[in-house]
Design a protein around this ligand. Structure first.
Ligand code: NAD
Length: 454
């Protein structure tokens, strides 16, 4: 690993990656590798947790193709030096900002969207002119294997290399002197990564999780609310960092909400005997989720099969903030429904949790919308929808507080792997004497006068 990082450093220092056409070539290669191997990618992810071709396209590959297109379309504009005005104190001069790549980057991926979460930061890193080492999550072993094979067979290892492994390999990687570490995963491991990065003062982007709430007010369009929320929650069997974790429903519409949610799960056919639904990633997560299902709280679902790592979409009712299911991020197909009558109190309960990655508001009430947007700090979200904000590359994606540090996607992704070098460029034909010693009252007066025009 030490040698790999040293080789990438030496390649980076050749300045080859600073060439825009070199970067576009890398993005074209990534696009070609993904497009040309969709069948292999589909097969691997199906073996890992029964994710269908449809879901793999919609929630992984399509997002990556979109990211690549957005980066290629804007790479020239984003990489240009930008002129800014010069203050009077520095007259005569010009001022500009030069975007420069950071260098050798490490990207650590999570398992729940193995392709999207591994490659989306890579698109940003390569577009910004870095070299990069990817360590995908080891839990979906087939996708990790296929990513390593496809990338390592097609890319120059000095530019982009995949290193497979779990805790031991990641720990070793974290000892290396990278120029940037981009991590996606749990808050617990995020802290380990942050500590390791601090040893060498390496900048980090940490994409983590949390308990993302959804609010449903009394006046919401319930049918549409439930349709969108059920899709967002049970997609990938709830193993989505921005899925609504739990829902705060106004007491007056609770019964109707529950009835519609049950019908909607059946309508969208989130069943294990078709390809609309995936497995829980491993036994540990299955056992963890099973403990959250209290039989007396089940309104719908609750069936499971340990052998198949299958948990039916489950709705829990009469849930309170002290229940097991409310003690940690669920990250599975369990939707606790909590009722409220006073929005103010509901918000103050939600605010007792660390700042979440997402928050959703289903409402027609402008005041309720504004209140929630103003009073709760969260990474990003949607009004009358859930999850879909991730698909707009113009929206920076990331958490806040315990749910994350930094943003990416689109321009934000480019920024996340870029240093903005600020330059004051002065000619030598004129120099105002006022800053030079010996100081005098007259000079001070002039400085004060000039400060007024700053
Ligand atoms: P995780 O933290 O267990 O693992 C993430 C990565 O860290 C993996 O590559 C793993 O190999 C590595 N890792 C695990 N333990 C480590 C250790 N002790 N030292 C060094 N590296 C270690 O997370 P996960 O289970 O893969 O993902 C689930 C979590 O990720 C959830 O909390 C979810 O909300 C979050 N998540 C966030 C986003 C986002 O974009 N913000 C996306 C997906 C998942």
């Amino acid at each position: 690993m030490k040698q790999l990082v040293a080789q990438q450093k030496s390649f980076f220092n050749s300045h080859a990656t600073k060439n825009i056409s070199f970067r576009i070539k890398q993005l074209d290669m990534l696009q070609a590798v993904l497009k040309g191997n969709e069948a292999i990618l589909n097969e691997a992810i199906y073996k890992d947790f029964k994710k269908s071709k449809f879901d793999t396209y919609v929630s992984e590959l399509a997002l990556l193709y979109n990211d690549i297109k957005e980066a290629k379309r804007n790479i020239k504009k984003w990489s240009k030096r930008k002129r800014v005005s010069t203050n009077i104190l520095n007259f005569p001069a010009s001022s500009y900002i030069i975007p420069e790549p950071l260098g050798v980057c490490l990207v650590i991926g999570a398992w729940n969207y193995p392709y999207q979460l591994s490659f989306a930061p890579i698109v940003a890193a390569l577009a910004a002119g870095n070299t990069v080492i990817l360590k995908p999550s080891e839990l979906p072993s087939k996708t990790s294997e296929v990513m390593a094979k496809l990338i390592n067979d097609n890319f120059d290892p000095n530019v982009f290399k995949v290193v497979e492994g779990g805790v031991a390999e990641t720990t070793e990687l974290l000892k290396q002197n990278f120029d940037k570490i981009f991590f996606t995963g749990s808050t617990k491991v995020g802290k380990i990564v942050y500590k390791a990065a601090a040893e060498n003062l390496i900048p980090v982007t940490l994409e983590m999780g949390g308990k993302s709430p959804a609010f449903v007010t009394e006046d919401s369009n319930l049918k549409m609310t439930v349709k969108r929320m059920v899709w967002a929650k049970f997609l990938n069997a709830g193993q989505t960092c921005i899925a609504p974790d739990y829902v705060m429903v106004h007491e007056a519409v609770k019964e109707k909400f529950l009835e519609l949610a049950k019908a909607e799960i059946e309508e969208q056919k989130f069943q294990f005997d078709n390809d609309n639904y995936v497995q829980i990633i491993n036994d540990d997560n299955f056992d963890r989720l099973e403990k959250m299902i209290q039989p007396d709280q089940i309104y719908y679902g609750g069936n499971r099969d340990k052998q198949e790592r299958y948990i039916q979409p489950t709705i829990l009712q009469n849930v309170s903030f002290t229940d097991t299911v409310m003690q940690e991020e669920i990250f599975g197909p369990i939707l606790p429904v909590i009722t409220y009558t006073d929005l103010e109190k509901a918000i103050s309960e939600v605010r007792k949790f660390p700042k979440p990655l997402s928050c959703y508001v289903f409402t027609k009430d402008k005041n309720a919308k504004q209140k929630i947007l103003r009073d709760i700090s969260f990474g990003g979200g949607a009004i009358n929808d859930a999850v879909m904000h991730i698909s707009n590359p113009k929206l920076p994606f990331g958490g806040v507080g315990q749910s994350g540090i930094g943003n990416y996607h689109g321009k934000a992704g480019f920024d996340c792997f870029t240093h903005y070098k600020s330059i004051l460029d002065k000619p030598t034909w004129l120099e105002l004497p006022i800053k030079y010693y010996p100081h005098t009252q007259r000079k001070l007066k002039w400085i004060k006068r000039m400060m007024k025009f700053q």
